[in-house]
Design a protein around this ligand. Structure first.
Ligand SMILES: O=C(O)CCC(=O)C(=O)O
Ligand SMILES: [Fe+2]
Length: 568
């Protein structure tokens, strides 16, 4: 399959060490060494009245009896703080080479990402590749693009729900195949969905295109050369995204379903204008930042898991990116349903992608494919299956909590899969997953806390949010901890979710820090808090495009007061 070609047909000329991309390796080591974070603490349960109540049992579902985090896990897990989560390591394992395209020499750093947790032959197949071309867009081109984007009169960016995370997108389509076909974009919440919106953006589009078209032509040559089995690769979508303080700074882990090949041109300088940024991922938990400077361009195919996390360094930190999605059709036809149709039987990632693309509309086949991929160790397929067994995703599978819990456990063990760990926290809170004959509420809540901390540590935004809930309402008191509204606010803010900014804002107003409260409230609103679309989009996309997951956990009424946390 072409997507697995390791740039094999490329003409190799020389190996050049592009300093910056080598330096990454050292940074990775330093950060990896600094990764220990949990403090130990004592297990003290049952100090509050009412805590010896039996576990809450679901009126519908039986209590399962087979899994909980090990006692060692729980004992090792002290109170995690957002500041304990290390910044993402920087990817550094490049091989550098020079390629010649139409007589032009290009230095290219090539990276390989091995999917995590796969077994035997499947592991051999489970790689994605990407390339970074330093300053593919020249400093002058980037300057000109930025001058247009930074113009105070520049039109506003879209605030419709993003298809990956359901938060305000903060993007601007420069060109799409939809425009060319005379139609407007499909989402009715995009500014371009109205004639006036299209008109309003006409000028900025033509200014941007005047510079971008040339870069795009060069890029087309490069991607056709790099993916020779797709000779008709054509740029079909071009958009600019913005990440800055007071708005979106994350874009959860995902694949670009809309593109056979993607190019991301960074318009900002790593280390100077922003930290963090675009990352590539071995699993949803293991993410590595690609340190992109101005004009540096990352090229990858559909299989690469990736996302964005810009560190919140205050107003001075902004990252702009320009994204081009290529399709394998000069007319930009959507062939995506065909891309993963003929997977080799031991290619778990390919099978799961075909399942995720709808498996030709065959729902039973979708489940079968995820089963196959899960058997080979693919944690994301285990999560999909678990949610199907929980009837959170539509499928023919019967409700089976034991299977769901086993799949979550396996995914957690194989790839530290944050969605699986969060899923286990949900099941545990509902009293469905236990192995000890321990029926004390305090111990159950402690297990939930340990799971949420593990998931949060692997950057699960809903887990971070629920650590906020846990500390705000004082559930830690169940095992000797205390209510900690400040820590709660830190978790809420750190979740990067509009609901989190809102909840943090209420804390700061409660302690009289109105300025901070106002800032957070405005951020929450800018990202969609309180809108009808945000709620709908959040449920539709779930966590990182994997539907069937809820931000609201089944927190029991608080021991003495009977207070139940607000639902968001
Ligand atoms: O902003 C970026 O660098 C990447 C954004 C992205 O992955 C996307 O829009 O699909
Ligand atoms: Fe993407």
């Amino acid at each position: 399959m072409s997507r697995k070609k390791k740039f094999g047909e490329r003409e190799k000329v020389d190996t050049i060490n592009t300093g910056k991309y080598r330096l990454g390796a050292l940074a990775f080591l330093i950060i990896a060494v600094a990764m220990s974070r949990y403090k130990s603490f004592n297990l003290i349960g049952g100090i509050l009245g009412g805590m010896d109540k039996p576990l809450p049992k679901s009126p519908i579902l039986p209590t399962l009896d087979q899994w909980a985090p090990s006692l060692e896990d729980i004992e090792a897990a002290g109170t995690l703080h957002p500041s304990d989560i290390p910044p993402l390591p920087v990817f550094g394992d490049y091989s550098n080479e020079t390629v010649i395209i139409n007589g032009r020499f290009l230095q290219v750093a090539e990276g390989r990402v091995d999917h995590k947790g796969l077994l035997g032959g499947a592991a051999e197949r489970a790689q994605s590749y990407f390339s970074v071309i330093p300053e593919f867009a020249t400093p002058a081109e980037v300057e000109q693009i930025l001058a247009i984007l930074n113009d105070p009169d520049a039109v506003q960016f879209d605030e419709d729900p993003d298809t990956v995370d359901g938060m305000a997108s903060h993007e601007l389509y420069v060109d799409t195949v939809d425009f060319e076909r005379g139609g407007r974009v499909t989402s009715s919440l995009k500014r371009d969905s109205t004639k006036e919106g299209m008109e309003e953006r006409k000028e900025i589009r033509s200014k941007l295109k005047a510079i971008m078209d040339n870069v795009q032509d060069r890029l087309t040559q490069y991607v056709r050369f790099t993916y020779p089995s797709s000779p008709s690769l054509t740029p079909c979508y071009s958009l600019v995204r913005r990440y800055r303080s007071g708005e979106r700074q994350t874009h959860d882990v995902h694949r670009d379903w809309n593109a056979k090949v993607t190019a991301v041109v960074s318009l900002s300088e790593y280390g100077e204008e922003y930290r963090g940024g675009l990352y590539v991922a071995r699993s949803r938990s293991e993410r590595m930042v690609v340190a992109l400077g101005r004009g540096d361009t990352l090229v990858h195919d559909t299989s690469l898991l990736h996302g964005v996390k810009v560190e919140d360094d205050g107003p001075s930190s902004t990252r702009w990116s320009w994204i081009i999605w290529f399709r394998d059709s000069e007319k930009c036809a959507d062939n995506s349903k065909e891309w993963f149709k003929d997977c080799p039987p031991d290619d778990a990632v390919c099978l799961s992608m075909y399942a995720d693309s709808g498996a030709g509309g065959d729902k039973v086949e979708m489940i079968r494919l995820h089963h196959e991929a899960a058997k080979m160790g693919l944690s994301t397929s285990m999560v999909k299956l678990a949610r199907a067994y929980l009837n959170q995703l539509p499928s023919h599978l019967p409700l089976d909590l034991k299977k769901a819990a086993d799949l979550y456990r396996e995914a957690a063990a194989r790839a530290n899969e944050p969605d699986a760990i969060y899923g286990l926290a949900q099941l545990t809170l509902q009293g469905f997953v236990r192995q000890r004959d321990d029926t004390k509420m305090g111990h159950l809540l402690q297990e939930v806390a340990a799971l949420l901390e593990r998931a949060a540590n692997a950057n699960h935004q809903y887990a971070m949010f629920n650590l906020g809930v846990m500390h705000r309402y004082g559930y830690a008191a169940a095992w000797g901890g205390e209510k900690d509204a400040k820590l709660a606010a830190e978790w809420f803010e750190n979740s990067g979710l509009p609901e989190g900014y809102y909840a943090a804002s209420t804390y700061y107003s409660s302690i009289g820090d109105n300025e901070r409260s106002k800032k957070l409230m405005s951020r929450a609103k800018r990202m969609g808090y309180g809108t009808e679309w945000r709620k709908r989009a959040r449920i539709a996309v779930g966590s990182g495009g994997a539907g069937g997951v809820d931000i609201n956990m089944a927190w029991p009424p608080f021991f003495q007061t009977g207070v139940v946390p607000d639902k968001f």
